[in-house]
Ligand binder design. Structure first.
Ligand SMILES: Cc1cc2nc3c(=O)[nH]c(=O)nc-3n(C[C@H](O)[C@H](O)[C@H](O)COP(=O)(O)OP(=O)(O)OC[C@H]3O[C@@H](n4cnc5c(N)ncnc54)[C@H](O)[C@@H]3O)c2cc1C
Length: 342
């Protein structure tokens, strides 16, 4: 495990702020670590038990399968440096896979050259390691912010009040950010993200386990297909146990919208059949897991990076403000931390 960095907090210095970060995905963890490293007194609040958000893995008998982000890029040198410093170089690795794009006429083409990384031995290894550097409060769902003199308090869904804080950093998806701002009476701020709330697309994710390895000619497939958005061989990622194979199927956003209320077993059956047809396989899976994401990937790339409302002391960051994806979440939080320092 990477050693925990101790950030010195000196409450007597006027520029030291008490900062609440809401959400512990890549954006929240990045913001918390960068603000702590500036000497601020930072607390992170997360509705789930553990950190990571859409960097998500579910436990299976012999390890875990990645249900959210499948891999991430690190095109900006600052992102690699951040990961090496705070998550540790052992928490992630290059995934040297056969990535192909399949058009709707069935023709395939290799992905453009790029380095693609995964957490090792599971995606959440990265968020776990990063969270070791922050003061994380799990199982704490924030409903709204409440003014207390010149500071803020957080109000949880159970009515508990937390604080006071000088600054608030919201890193939750846009629909949830909008709800929190509206519940707080901050209609102007909610108006600033109006129209972005629907920008995260839904996704049914199904993992299938096969006793005998399959080889459909790819490890990762992005497709222009009525059912699928992505198909990946989770077992081909570095550090995964080699017992049989786990395949991850991500449904297309339109298909998911049409099947939002379809029972899980039915979704698994339909995706399994479509996978057999697409990959031309006859083997039957012996285990499966499913998860319905209401907010998966962002479809917009023309966003401001982050939003900082200096008068209110409230900032917003997240993948949806910076081109989507894991690296976008890092860049958005970095952008916000710079804006807050100005
Ligand atoms: C199925 C799927 C596939 C993907 N594939 C890829 C990929 O291959 N490559 C890639 O780069 N990206 C991929 N992504 C996108 C990537 O996962 C995200 O861009 C990134 O993880 C977003 O990080 P974030 O910190 O902005 O948001 P999140 O990870 O969503 O973090 C927000 C956090 O806020 C918490 N929260 C929400 N509301 C509250 C509240 N009221 N109180 C407290 N906490 C709250 C949530 O629980 C969550 O932990 C994928 C995502 C999904 C779901």
């Amino acid at each position: 495990m990477h050693s925990k960095t101790m950030f010195s907090v000196n409450q007597s210095t006027p520029s030291v702020r008490r900062i609440a970060v809401i959400g512990s995905g890549m954006a929240g963890l990045t913001a918390a670590i960068k603000l702590s490293s500036q000497g601020h007194d930072v607390s992170v609040f997360e509705k789930s038990r553990g950190p990571g958000g859409r960097l998500s893995s579910k436990r299976v008998t012999d390890g875990a399968v990645d249900f959210g982000a499948q891999y991430f890029t690190a095109r900006h040198a600052g992102f690699r440096q951040f990961l090496d410093t705070y998550a540790g170089p052992g928490s992630y690795a290059h995934w040297p896979a056969r990535f192909v794009f399949q058009r709707n006429d069935g023709s395939r083409e290799a992905f453009p050259d790029d380095e693609r990384f995964v957490g090792v031995p599971r995606m959440t290894a990265v968020s776990r390691a990063l969270s070791g550097h922050v003061n994380l409060h799990g199982s704490t769902r924030i409903r709204n912010l409440a003014r207390k003199d010149s500071t803020w308090e957080l109000v949880t869904v159970d009515g508990e009040r937390l604080g006071p804080f000088d600054r608030i950093v919201l890193t939750v998806p846009p629909a949830q950010a909008s709800d929190i701002l509206l519940e707080s009476g901050l209609t102007d701020l909610a108006g600033r993200i109006d129209g972005m709330a629907g920008s995260l697309l839904p996704c049914w994710a199904v993992a299938l386990h096969f006793q005998e390895p399959l080889d459909p000619g790819f490890d990762g497939l992005r497709c222009d297909h009525p059912v699928f958005f992505w198909i990946g061989n989770n077992t081909s990622k570095p550090g995964r146990p080699p017992h049989g194979q786990w395949w991850m199927l991500h449904a297309d956003p339109d298909w998911t919208r049409e099947h939002l209320d379809t029972p899980e077993e039915e979704v698994v059956r339909e995706l399994k059949e479509a996978f057999s047809e697409l990959a031309d396989i006859v083997a039957e899976p012996d285990d499966w897991l499913a998860h319905r994401w209401l907010y998966a990937r962002s479809e917009h790339n023309d966003r401001p990076g982050s939003l900082w409302f200096a008068d209110q002391g409230i900032g917003l960051a997240g993948d949806w403000l910076s081109g989507g994806r894991v690296e976008g979440a890092f860049l958005s939080a970095s952008d916000l931390v710079s804006a807050m320092a100005d």
